[in-house]
Design a protein around this ligand. Structure first.
Ligand SMILES: [Fe+2]
Length: 265
């Protein structure tokens, strides 16, 4: 669970060791464009570089030491590559579903930083990211399907897991008077009710959501060293399809490599 500023690492807020704070480049970024991220859902910073230690240091400073720590992604900075065969959503070649990171936590992290370390072998056609901003999506759901904000707030989506846990969570919820997303397209469960009418209703709703999302999604194409900062509360994101290529000389697969970090302001 995300805690308030000043909490300790066990509360999912992590402080970097003081010895790792000494390499901060004075010309590096010192803040993000909150207004742009609020309006469009994201900000792209070109040419940041591929130094993941600096990536952590910069966002440790920007977030005033409110980096998000999760054992599930291996700590603060999660580095991952697309794999030939993986059960992990973030490592698969197929297109990811639009989602909120850590949506089942009481307070999902506010922002996500995604740093491209190596581009997709078929860059720039494959290996993109897509972002859906809240305001544009709500307008499209209203104009395209007559869905109001109040409709969306009341329409629960079912999430059932193999361990028996299940949740009913609407796409939108209100937190401190602000609308926030909580959604994971590939985790929404269908066919669990034994109620054909209810199942059809959810299927239709999910089809409408996907149509509106894919219509308004913005394609982001990152070169190595480019950084994408996005809102985890006011935007949804997903990975576009990725590819791999085999190097016959050293018998290895090459693929897109990324680093991610999550934080509050
Ligand atoms: Fe994600």
């Amino acid at each position: 669970m995300m805690r308030e500023k000043g909490s300790s690492r066990r509360d999912n807020i992590a402080r970097l060791p003081s010895s790792s704070k000494t390499f901060f480049r004075p010309h590096s970024i010192t803040k993000i464009d909150v207004q742009s991220i609020q309006d469009k859902g994201y900000q792209v910073i070109r040419g940041f570089g591929v130094d993941v230690i600096e990536f952590e240091q910069v966002f440790n400073r920007i977030s005033n030491e409110q980096l998000y720590c999760s054992p599930r992604v291996g700590g603060i900075c999660h580095q991952y590559s697309v794999e030939v065969n993986s059960d992990n959503f973030s490592q698969q070649m197929r297109t990811g579903g639009f989602h909120t990171d850590f949506m089942f936590q009481d307070k999902p992290p506010e922002y996500i930083g995604l740093l491209c370390l190596e581009t997709d072998p078929k860059h720039p056609i494959y290996g993109r990211n897509q972002i859906v901003s809240m305001s544009v999506l709500l307008e499209r759901l209203s104009s395209g399907f007559g869905l109001s904000v109040e409709d969306i707030l009341q329409r629960n989506l079912p999430y059932h897991f193999a361990n028996g846990q299940h949740f009913s969570v609407p796409l939108l919820h209100r937190c401190n008077g602000q609308l926030q997303f909580k959604f994971h397209q590939h985790l929404v469960t269908d066919g669990m009710y034994g109620d054909k009418f209810k199942e059809k209703e959810i299927e239709t709703y999910m089809t409408q959501l996907h149509a509106a999302m894919i219509d308004v999604a913005e394609d982001i194409c990152l070169d190595a060293g480019d950084l994408l900062v996005l809102s985890n509360h006011h935007a949804l994101h997903r990975r576009g399809e990725c590819s791999v290529s085999f190097n016959a000389d050293n018998k290895t697969w090459r693929s897109r490599k990324m680093a991610s970090i999550r934080f509050n302001l």
